[in-house]
Design a protein around this ligand. Sequence first.
Ligand code: NAP
Length: 299
Amino acid sequence: MLTGKHVVFLGGDARQLEVIKSCIQMNARVSLIGYDNLQSPFSGASLKELSTEVLSKADVLVLPIVGTDEHGHVSSVFTSDTLILTEEHLSSLPAHCIVFAGIAKPYLKDLCARYGIELIELMQRDDVAIYNSIPTVEGALMMAIQNTDITLHGSICLVLGMGRCGLSLARVLHAIGADVRVGVRSSAHHARAFEMGFKAFDTRELNQHVKEADLIFNTIPAPIITAQTLSHCPHDVVIIDLASKPGGVDYAFAEKRGIKAILAPSLPGIVAPKTAGRILARTITQLLKPMELQKEGNV
Ligand code: NAP
């Protein structure tokens, strides 16, 4: 239980609702900033204005997945107010306060470092990335089905990258009956692909392998599908780019060649916000366990 702990939520989207629910269930005192247009308010939480006074009493501060922008702007889909987390706000947090965000821009990282505040970037964690690959893969399948006139079964699907997302995606496409060919660069990934029954090729030879592709799913966060690669692709190939912005495709050249290439960011929040929220809730509450133990005098 988080009895006696004050958890402040500043901004967010549907994913935060699951985290709020979990904190209330764990008996934390919950304050919500930037939630004034919430359709069904939580009975165990109070709405607050952004102020140093509220933040000075926070044990935990939960920010949206994107944290802040480069100027401290915090987004919230539940308010029309502008929320700016300033240096004054950050400096008012107690030294023991833990700040959670999905990812943090230098603005937030620098401020937390300057004031000795612990910052946890949830999306950098392996466990969160692997759990998140589940809704990401479902979203990728949805996009593939919506944007093709063939079944995935029997289609030639290239999956570029065999990290947390690529591996989950290749496995599901293979199970659906697609002819999966994985673009990798390490011998360990070659071996794993072989073991799992996929064909593997070296990404340096990508241009030779795109020629037969019906679909290309990119998970490599680097400019991998270049103009030269696109010039080897069939004109009716569909490219679903999962890599974070700006993605891995030369979009200007794809458009010039009439190739359908789609940058598909933030799929978990789009296709399964509740599941995505539960993943965050589970991880945050797990990470707050030491606080619980301290309270109970067990450490
Ligand atoms: P990851 O585990 O780090 O996997 C990335 C893969 O790309 C690794 O296999 C890595 O190979 C490979 N790679 C990186 N640079 C390469 C290069 N220059 N040439 C060849 N291979 C290269 O990352 P992830 O968690 O799967 O996420 C992949 C991307 O998707 C990230 O940009 C992430 O932000 C994004 N993402 C998007 C969504 C969405 O909804 N669209 C959801 C989750 C994640 P090595 O292992 O050999 O380094």
